[in-house]
Design a protein around this ligand. Structure first.
Ligand SMILES: [Zn+2]
Ligand SMILES: [Zn+2]
Length: 378
């Protein structure tokens, strides 16, 4: 199924090479995709202005919704500041050095599959390739990169193989990965699952999802690492294919309004991969893993509910619990616990990372004074 190339063809040249970021930003905005400035030469958003910081670099924790900067036309708070406003775009991208271009995926009604190719050896455990699907063990054992996972996902989902750049806008990344861009059906919202800020859901090994509360580097952007280059014939994202929508729903990426029929809490799998990065030595490892997964999910699940609904107290409780597991030796590393907690926390509240770090620190320290005991605390 080849989507109409339409006006996209004229951009085949420009988007396949690095071009003036101002043109890239304007082109994205014409597609209806809100844009945000990235740090010049980098793939990360520009940091907030001095009003959002105290002194040179100390961020003052505050919600994007409470920040005057965005309404005043500044780019603070990453994708929260993304805009379609031509004047704002012209102003942001006339600054020197010129910022790169990011697209706020959720606001743009886009979903991008970020296919990583970080290793050539495959995952340590083939069962981690597509945990939510019935892939043959021998197929999973042959997976060496995210591209292999993608092909296998298409196969187990009954998709016409291969699902590649002839079907949708595809961007080759400087690290050798691929960004596969899709439009999402009206009336649906999809959760992100990329590493870092969005761990908590997993489509498959080395497959990250960028949708709500996320951004993606625009094609034609050059960073110090290299070019984000559109490849293949398509210059427009096609509609999310049914097989992929099904796979995303199965892995908990379909967001439903709270209280709706089949709310995410009942329908989605428990948050699978937050606890996975933690080692659980000892005889009570299954118990410790389940306690940890529950604690982390309680924090990450705040993504479904409004501000002021207990994110900080859940995070504090989860940190206290993991501190107790560290103290009794059931979680081997303080650092692993801290990382998983931070991922769960910023998954739900990406704008409150600094506050999260403080809560995690104090919760872990408090919890370590009370070692958890699998026979008494079960
Ligand atoms: Zn600011
Ligand atoms: Zn601010």
């Amino acid at each position: 199924m080849l989507p109409s190339r339409g006006r996209g063809l004229e951009l085949r040249g420009p988007l396949a090479v690095a071009i003036d970021p101002a043109q890239v930003a304007a082109w994205c905005a014409r597609q209806g995709w809100p844009v945000l400035p990235l740090q010049p030469g980098d793939k990360f958003p520009r940091p907030g202005c001095v009003r959002c910081r105290r002194g040179a670099d100390q961020y003052v924790p505050h919600a994007a919704s409470e920040c005057a900067c965005i309404t005043q036309g500044r780019w603070c708070h990453s994708f929260y500041a993304a805009t379609l406003d031509p004047q704002r775009i012209a102003r942001w991208w006339s600054e020197r050095p010129v910022p790169g271009v990011g697209v706020a995926t959720g606001a743009a009604r886009l979903l991008v599959i970020d296919v990583d190719c970080h290793t050539t050896t495959g995952p340590a455990d083939p069962a981690l390739v597509l945990p939510a699907f019935d892939a043959a063990p021998e197929d999973a054992a042959n997976v060496r990169s995210g591209l292999d996972t993608w092909d296998l996902l298409a196969r187990v989902s009954g998709a016409p193989v291969p699902a590649t750049e002839v079907e949708t806008l595809t961007v080759a990344t400087p690290s050798g990965g691929r960004h596969l861009w899709f439009r999402v059906p009206r009336g649906t919202r999809w959760a992100s699952s990329a590493g870092g800020n969005h761990a908590g859901r997993s489509l498959g090994w080395q497959l990250d999802v960028r949708a709500e509360d996320a951004y993606i580097v625009a094609p034609g952007t050059r960073t110090a690492a290299g070019l984000y280059e559109a490849v293949g014939p398509c210059r427009r994202p096609t509609m999310l294919p049914g097989w992929l929508a099904g796979a995303l729903e199965r892995t908990g990426h379909l967001l439903r309004p709270p209280g709706s029929k089949g709310s995410p809490r009942q329908r989605t799998a428990p948050v699978p991969n937050l606890a996975r990065q933690i080692a659980f030595p000892g005889a009570a490892s299954a118990w410790a893993r389940s306690v940890t997964a529950t604690a982390l999910s309680s924090v990450a699940d705040c993504v479904q509910v409004a501000e002021g609904s207990g994110w900080s107290s859940r995070l504090n409780r989860a940190a206290f619990t993991l501190g107790g597991l560290v103290a009794s030796g059931l979680v081997s590393s303080d650092g692993e616990a801290q990382r998983a907690l931070l991922e769960a926390a910023v998954h739900a509240r990406p704008q409150r990372e600094h506050e999260a770090q403080r809560i995690i620190q104090s919760g872990l320290i408090a919890g370590q004074r009370r070692p958890l005991n699998p026979t008494k605390d079960r």
